[in-house]
Design a binder for this molecule. Structure first.
Ligand code: AMP
Length: 278
C-alpha cells in the first residue's frame, strides 16, 4: 500500500492506474477505523480493480467548540488495517495540503443540509460537501463508497455528485453494528464503559419504533415514546428523531416508503447518529 501525503504524488499514482486501465474506488474516512469502515473497503474491492482510502479529519465540517482537536487519530493502526485489507492507496494529507491559508470556496447543497444534523451543526454539511468535492477532484475515483449510517450526508453527496456532474458513481453500504445493536462509530471511543452499555438503548428504541410504525401505529406517538426510552436509558439529550422521506429527507407524519427514521442523541461526550429503514 502506497501512503501518499502530497497532491503531486497522488496525481502520479492516479495516472499510473489510468495507464494500467485499472478502475478505482474511493472510501473517504476521518480515520480511527472500525469494522464499519472496513465493510466500505470490502464493498469497494468488489466494485473496482483498486481501492483508495482517504483519512483526513476535515476541519471545515467541525463547528466552533466541536471535537476537531480531540477527534480520535490513530494513523499507524489504521494503515495496518488498510494494508491487510488490500488497499492500494492511502491518501492522508496534512491540513495545509488540502486547505491553503486563503481558501474561500464552499459547496452548499441547498435545503438538504438545513434540518436534522444541519440544524444543530450549522455549516457542517457545507464542509462535508466541500471535502468530498475536493477528494473527487484530487483522486478522480470511478466509485465512492459511503455508509448508510450518515444518511443525511449520503443524500447530500448523491445530490452534489449529480448537480456538479462528477462522473463518480456513489455506492452505499448498510450500517455495521455491535452485537447489542449499537452502530459502530469512531465517536464510540468517547463512551465510558457504563455509557457504552447504556448506549444500546438507542438502537433498541429505534428498532422498536420501526416495527410499531410498520404495524400501523401513529408516527408521532411512536417517536415520542422512543424519545422517552432513549432518555430513560441514560442519554443526556435527544437532538432529533424523525420519520423522513428516504430520498428528499422531508418529514413524514405517516408512513410513505421509502422512508427512514433518522435520529441523533447525546450521551456524555458522544453525539451518536442512527437510522432505520422503513
Ligand atoms: P467517518 O470516518 O465517521 O467520517 O466515516 C467514514 C465513512 O464510514 C462514512 O461514509 C460513514 O457513513 C461510514 N461509516 C461509519 N460508521 C459506519 C458503520 N457503523 N457502518 C457502515 N458505515 C459506517
Amino acid at each position: 500500500m502506497q501512503i501518499i501525503r502530497d497532491i503531486a504524488a497522488l496525481r502520479l499514482a492516479r495516472r499510473h492506474l489510468v495507464e494500467a486501465k485499472q478502475s478505482l474506488a474511493l472510501v473517504p474516512t476521518m480515520g480511527a477505523l472500525h469494522a464499519g469502515h472496513m465493510a466500505l473497503v470490502a464493498a469497494a474491492r468488489q466494485l473496482a480493480d483498486q481501492v483508495a482510502v482517504s483519512i483526513f479529519v476535515n476541519p471545515t465540517q467541525f463547528g466552533p467548540g466541536e471535537d476537531y482537536i480531540g477527534y480520535p487519530r490513530c494513523e499507524a493502526q489504521d494503515a495496518e488495517k488498510l494494508a491487510s485489507a488490500g488497499v492500494a492507496l492511502l491518501w492522508t494529507p496534512p491540513r495545509e495540503a488540502v486547505y491553503h491559508p486563503d481558501h474561500r470556496t464552499f459547496v452548499r447543497v441547498t435545503d438538504l443540509g438545513d434540518d436534522y444534523c444541519g440544524a444543530t451543526r450549522r455549516g457542517h454539511f457545507d464542509g462535508v460537501a466541500l471535502i468530498v468535492a475536493k477528494l473527487f477532484n484530487q483522486i478522480q475515483p470511478d466509485y465512492a463508497i459511503f455508509g448508510e449510517k450518515d444518511w443525511q450526508q449520503l443524500t447530500i453527496i448523491r445530490q452534489m455528485t449529480r448537480d456538479l456532474d462528477f462522473p463518480t458513481r456513489i455506492h452505499a453500504v448498510p450500517i455495521i453494528r455491535e452485537s447489542d445493536g449499537l452502530a459502530l462509530s469512531s465517536r464510540n471511543a468517547y463512551l465510558s464503559s457504563a455509557q457504552r452499555v447504556a448506549a444500546a438503548c438507542f438502537p433498541h428504541a429505534l428498532q422498536q419504533a420501526q416495527s410499531e410504525i410498520r404495524a400501523g401505529a401513529v408516527v408521532a406517538d411512536v417517536l415520542a415514546t422512543a424519545r422517552v426510552a432513549i432518555l430513560a436509558g441514560g442519554f443526556d439529550a435527544v437532538d432529533y428523531i424523525h420519520l423522513v422521506d428516504a430520498n428528499g429527507l422531508g418529514r413524514l407524519n405517516s408512513l410513505r416508503p421509502p422512508a427512514r427514521i433518522l435520529a441523533a442523541a447525546q450521551i456524555g461526550q458522544a453525539r451518536l447518529l442512527d437510522t432505520y429503514p422503513l
